[in-house]
Design a protein around this ligand. Structure first.
Ligand SMILES: [Zn+2]
Ligand SMILES: [Zn+2]
Ligand SMILES: [Zn+2]
Length: 115
């Protein structure tokens, strides 16, 4: 009978506590209301979590990149580009095995004879 009511009260006080500690977006410095991303030990607006190289939102897939003691997000392509792991043929990230030829790198199936 009062079980449901108790549960409701607990939930309410919990969310109330959370609201008191306002989250500040590390990227733009503004208070975060609504959706946010918790990553790299910081919180970001969903829209502020962008790749430091191409400025694209990379919430769904990112790679932490440490620079000047600060860890920032990079999208997959730019992360691999910084590691110099980009296919010379398609420009995509070389996640797996690849071929290294004449100072260029290729996906296994993108290394074709171009004579
Ligand atoms: Zn922000
Ligand atoms: Zn990028
Ligand atoms: Zn390729």
């Amino acid at each position: 009978m009062s079980d449901t009511k108790t549960n409701k009260v607990v939930t309410k006080s919990k969310s109330g506590e959370k609201e008191k500690t306002s989250k500040i977006c590390i990227s733009c410095g503004k208070v975060i209301k609504g959706q946010f991303v918790r990553a790299l030990g910081e919180v970001y607006h969903l829209d502020c979590f962008r790749c430091i190289d191409c400025d694209e939102v990379c919430v769904s897939k990112f790679f932490p990149y440490k620079e000047d003691g600060i860890t920032r997000p990079l999208c997959e392509t730019d992360y691999f580009r910084r590691l110099d792991l980009i296919c010379a043929k398609c420009g995509g990230a070389l996640r797996g095995p690849h071929i290294n030829a004449l100072n260029k790198k290729y996906h296994l199936d993108h290394f074709t004879c171009t004579m």
